[in-house]
Design a protein around this ligand. Structure first.
Ligand SMILES: Cc1cc2nc3c(=O)[nH]c(=O)nc-3n(C[C@H](O)[C@H](O)[C@H](O)COP(=O)(O)OP(=O)(O)OC[C@H]3O[C@@H](n4cnc5c(N)ncnc54)[C@H](O)[C@@H]3O)c2cc1C
Length: 416
């Protein structure tokens, strides 16, 4: 490359969106990944663009829920016993951050990003010719018991304060929207404003193609080779070394592999998750993602079939897959929707990159001039990719950021 202003490491939905936003602002950008764009975590999510998200997933508060998890009976969570000691400090921090007042603070800190999430996706989809993947049909959350539905009261009241459309539905109301569901639930909240995509991989690839069409260069390379050389950042790629004044780490769950080496140790953990596609039986269909709240799984209609995604598994990122949660939720899922044959022989596994305060790291890497961070988007990386791209591109080019970026600064960990 003749001249490179910025190297973006990682071509998932976050890195791809960052690279596209930078190139749109006239920078010469190299997007470096060891694999094809979108093939990692950004491939396998439930496809929900959660504009109405207020509270992040929280540490379980009741003894019963904890006990079920401890006994490995909970469908929503699993763990590898040998990994618990390693992840314990993170879990304690996560528990602290799940106190009601902290969740409220997180909600306020994250609102500017979530509030713009759909609009930013729509803007990129329009220019990338990817509108066909967007569904504006909302997100349906189902509650089998009065108790779990009652637990949503605080979030619904807050959502009403924010003017977010939501409809509380009974069984008949849900069946009018989704006639293929079985009436195994008592309540539902229909978040009308949420959007979803029918193929997250195709969306990430469309953004990468748009990046290339605007002159960006996608290169195969190993992010682990990043080092400073002659006052610039250098990465070795299949096209030779690339030097730039700025580099952005958008490696999702692999962020620590590089940052630890550079001496920037930030407390990221992963929540692994699984999916599998199923063919619907007969003429059954779904028109929007559906959450079975008590069982912690999602059914999301995708181009590949009905995608069943699981909750969190605490295990080493690279440990062998243990998709026991899929087995645990199958009876509930087949009771809710007529799932037929599995499309793949083996479930997909990915790792949500999570900080314990449920905020990503977006901004400068402390102590490393020219190095920027855009990772740690946890459960909401698909949602927040494009809005992250806008924010960091504004910061890197000296434009006024559309919101105060300080809640996402990595310096918050230094102060903790
Ligand atoms: C089961 C499940 C369901 C989910 N559902 C949703 C949802 O409905 N909505 C939502 O908003 N989010 C959801 N998420 C979260 C979302 O998928 C992630 O937050 C998001 O994909 C993270 O994107 P990323 O670009 O940061 O990481 P990734 O997509 O993992 O991208 C990182 C990239 O870095 C590359 N890389 C790694 N190491 C190197 C190296 N050494 N050299 C070069 N390249 C390297 C990888 O190849 C990869 O392309 C879900 C996650 C899971 C697991």
């Amino acid at each position: 490359m003749a001249r490179t202003d910025a190297i973006v490491l990682g071509a998932g939905i976050v890195g791809g969106s960052v690279a596209l936003h930078l190139v749109k602002r006239g920078l010469s950008v190299a997007l470096v990944d060891r694999a094809a764009p979108g093939a990692a975590t950004s491939y396998g999510n439930a496809g929900i663009i959660e504009a109405n998200t207020l509270f992040p997933p929280a540490f379980p508060s009741g003894f019963g829920a904890l006990l079920r998890i401890a006994l490995k009976r909970a469908p929503e969570a699993n763990y590898h016993a040998g990994f618990l000691a390693q992840v314990a400090p993170w879990l304690f921090a996560y528990r602290r951050n799940s106190a009601p007042e902290r969740l409220l603070a997180t909600m306020k800190a994250m609102r500017p990003l979530f509030a713009r999430a759909i609009a930013e996706h729509e803007a990129l989809m329009t220019e990338a010719g990817a509108e066909r993947y967007l569904r504006r049909t909302g997100w349906l959350k189902l509650y089998r018991s009065d108790r779990s539905f009652a637990g949503t009261a605080r979030e619904r009241a807050l959502a009403a304060d924010f003017g977010m459309p939501q409809r509380v539905l009974d069984t008949d109301g849900v069946l009018a929207l989704e006639p293929s569901l079985s009436p195994v639930f008592r309540h539902a909240v229909f978040w009308e404003q949420a959007a979803s995509v029918t193929n997250p991989l195709a969306v990430t690839r469309a953004y990468a193609a748009r990046f290339a069409a605007l002159g960006g260069v996608a290169v195969t390379g190993d992010a682990m080779t990043l080092h400073s050389a002659g006052g610039k950042w250098r990465v070795d790629t299949a096209q030779g070394p690339i030097d730039a004044d700025a580099a952005v780490v958008a490696l999702g769950p692999w962020g620590p592999d590089l940052l630890d080496r550079l001496g920037l140790v930030l407390p990221l953990a992963v929540k692994r998750g699984y999916h599998r596609h199923f063919r619907p039986r007969g003429n059954a269909s779904l028109t929007r993602p559906v959450l079975d709240a008590e069982n912690g799984y999602c059914l999301a209609p995708m181009e590949q079939g009905i995608r069943l995604t699981t909750g969190a598994e605490f295990a080493a990122r690279d440990a062998a897959p243990t998709p026991v949660q899929l087995d645990r939720v199958m009876p509930a899922a087949t009771g809710l929707f007529p799932l037929g044959d599995a499309v793949e022989d083996v479930p997909w596994m990915g790792a949500r990159p999570c900080f314990a305060d449920s905020r990503p790291a977006i901004g400068r890497a402390p102590g490393h001039p020219g190095l920027w961070l855009a990772y740690g988007h946890g459960h909401s990386g698909l949602t927040l990719g494009p809005v992250t791209g806008r924010l960091i591109a504004e910061m890197m080019t000296g434009a006024s950021p559309f919101c105060d970026p300080s809640p996402y600064s990595a310096e918050r960990f230094g102060k903790a």
